[in-house]
Design a protein around this ligand. Structure first.
Ligand SMILES: [Zn+2]
Length: 435
């Protein structure tokens, strides 16, 4: 279906390129215009100029609204949508008591479809247009999510969780089945439409050396496929990994030994790393994923952003739902800010926005498609209403900067501040069905 050319008028904020200097290199148009045609952006700039250049375009007026790129959530678990905010456990008990029983339900394809639908709606309604989502061990769980995301032409990244030990029998695969099913999913879905695949060993304790080795072979065979897993989240977990893999120098070294530390590898948490690990992540151009609400909720620790930056490691923000407590990426930045405060390094709202847009898009090799509002990129963007209720109206009415508005919405905003979510040029926000 051919779409007509549309010009959206609003304040516009994004990062057009990768930068170390986030606070200075943001592109902002107070009275801006975004021009979209056939799912892609064709122009971005000041309204006064673009309304002349694109005089025949249909106009949509979002005055007093703020357009930002569609947000990227770099780590979360779609099967855990229904178990968000389960009371009080640390990682290993939490997995056993809540996560594994919930993931068992995905043996039913109808259940996969139901949760996939709810999950994708939550993402969209919160302004997240690309997510790196863990699935379950069931191959069909990944298929259900790819199928649901495809209805919205959404760039989803997911993969079958691989676990061949230390979890209930009903959730275990084998090294051979994990490799075979992962490969089948890659062949069917990676690069099919906007779908992308991530090899997904849950974490080192639930995969044998043989399984990690066979997944590492796939990682080498498909260098443009993503890898997502967990790394160094909890002290008990780290001690366990040491016992299971005594020959390796560190937790990261376990993955490195199996060829899984490389570009397009995303490591969730990275809370208690050794100096050499930071160095290695930087060299490998892998990504450390900072999940602040989850880290606080499970009492796992405080992410050391300063250290990541000192070593030049690329950092992406993520919710880590269901241990994370919100689907909302701006709220997630708000908690990252508080963690920074506890360490004497408060983040700016622009730094936060960068870590959920252009920063990870660039590091993943996707910045020609997502993470910015550059001509040629997909028209994935979010329309924020800074004055969506009485409090936000009071707070932002006299704001002197866009950064202040974004900062305020990170604490007093929620999905109501997301007036619209566009994916590939189509407005996709809708009322949640109770399902
Ligand atoms: Zn996780």
């Amino acid at each position: 279906m051919t779409q007509s050319r549309v010009l959206y008028r609003a304040s516009i904020l994004h990062f057009s390129q990768a930068t170390q200097n986030v606070n200075e290199d943001a592109c902002y148009f107070d009275d801006g215009a975004l021009v979209v045609e056939n799912s892609r952006i064709v122009a971005v700039g000041g309204y006064a100029e673009l309304v002349i250049d694109y005089a025949t375009a249909k106009q949509v007026d979002y005055s007093k609204r703020l357009i930002i790129p569609g947000l990227i959530d770099s780590h979360l678990h779609y099967p855990q949508t229904e178990m968000i905010a389960k009371y009080g456990e640390q990682l290993l008990n939490w997995l056993e008591n809540f996560t594994f029983p919930t993931e068992n339900k995905f043996a039913s394809y109808a259940y996969c479809q139901k949760i996939a639908k709810h999950f994708v709606q939550q993402l969209i309604n919160n302004g997240t247009t690309t997510a790196f989502a863990f699935s379950t061990v069931h191959k069909q769980a990944s298929e259900a999510l790819f199928t649901e995301a495809s209805k919205f032409n959404m760039a989803i990244v997911t993969g079958k969780v691989c676990m061949d030990r230390h979890c209930p029998d009903s959730l275990q695969d084998t090294p051979e089945s994990a490799q075979r099913e992962s490969q089948e999913l890659i062949e069917s879905w990676h690069g099919n439409g906007r779908n992308l695949y991530a090899l997904t060993p849950r974490f080192a304790p639930t995969s044998s050396a043989k399984q990690l080795s066979m997944l590492g072979e796939l990682a080498q065979q498909y260098p443009d496929v993503f890898i997502q897993t967990h790394l160094s989240e909890n002290h008990h977990e780290i001690e366990w990994v040491k016992k299971l893999f005594p020959a390796q120098k560190s937790y990261l070294d376990v993955y490195d030994n199996f060829n899984m530390v490389r570009p397009r590898a995303l490591f969730g948490h990275c809370l208690h790393l050794q100096q050499e690990d930071w160095q290695r992540l930087a060299e490998a151009k892998a990504t450390a994923v900072f999940c602040p609400t989850s880290n606080l909720f499970l009492g796992s620790g405080l992410f050391d952003l300063q250290k990541a930056q000192d070593f030049g490691v690329s950092v992406a923000l993520a919710t880590d739902v269901g241990a994370g407590t919100s689907f909302n990426m701006l709220n997630t930045f708000g908690e990252a800010y508080k963690i920074g405060q506890l360490q004497g390094k408060p983040l700016s709202a622009l730094e936060g926005l960068y870590m959920m847009t252009q920063g990870p898009a660039h590091n993943y090799g996707l910045s020609d498609q997502i993470g910015n509002l550059n001509p040629g990129s997909y028209a994935d963007f979010v329309v924020l209403n800074p004055q969506f209720n009485a409090l936000s109206q009071l707070r932002t009415a006299d704001s002197e900067s866009v950064e202040d508005v974004l900062f305020a919405l990170s604490f007093i905003g929620d999905d109501r501040a997301v007036e619209a979510s566009y994916i590939a040029g189509e407005e996709c926000k809708q009322e949640l069905e109770i399902i």
